[in-house]
Design a protein around this ligand. Sequence first.
Ligand code: HEC
Ligand code: HEC
Length: 204
Amino acid sequence: MIRFLSRQFVVFAALAALASTGQAAGDPAAGKAKFETCSGCHAIAGYTNAYPTYHVPRLGGQHADYVVLALKAYQNSERWHPTMHANATPLSEQEMQDIAAYLSSFKTAVEPNPIQGDVAAGKKKSASCAACHGPDGNGPITQYPRLAGQYEDYLHQALQDYKTGKRNNPVMKGMVTPLSDQDIADLSAYFASQARGLIVVQHE
Ligand code: HEC
Ligand code: HEC
């Protein structure tokens, strides 16, 4: 039994190691070329989605594994968003990996990010988020999104969408169910306000 368990562990460790090298699977140069079709929305600072109106998310510096998971969620409509469904649907696994490698190659940095909500209140409520997203929204686990420096109104929309089921994710559903609208506003302000964070993709 002990032997069996330790073998399980070795397999698990090997899989974990594979998962953590997910970034290497993609080709950033190919991803950059493929990202041209995405630039009209994602490479313009301050660009917004219409109805409901909120900022198109910053993607520069996002974790590669998470980008692939998000694109698949739009493909299979676990995340209901017709525009992103249309953009994600034609992408092959390799193209998603390439785009993810390109996006994650950007360094996190400081970009202007006006905050409406109560950052201090959000900080107090953020302890339960830190295990997965890091205390400042720059967690090391590549399957979980960075939140630091993301647009406040986008984070707010995403949290609401997990609550209403427009985004169908069991983990985040469990996290947002106990949150009030005020909690969601405070947490969005806190993570958006973190100085070193996501940036808008800009081709050099
Ligand atoms: C017409 C504008 C538009 C275009 C073009 C577009 N996107 Fe998006 N994208 C959005 C919006 C709006 C969202 C937020 C959707 C939501 O609320 O879930 C989004 C979300 C995303 C997310 C999720 C980010 C996160 O933090 O979870 C990824 C990844 C993404 N887009 C990648 C792409 C890629 C790759 C392309 C090109 C193949 C692309 N997008 C093209 C508007 C666009
Ligand atoms: C057990 C791990 C875990 C915990 C704890 C957790 N999250 Fe998440 N979070 C995730 C995962 C996984 C996703 C991606 C889900 C998906 O695919 O849509 C996510 C996605 C998000 C998103 C969407 C980001 C984007 O770019 O679209 C936000 C916002 C978010 N979490 C905020 C929070 C907040 C605030 C808390 C604390 C109240 C929290 N999370 C706690 C795992 C976690």
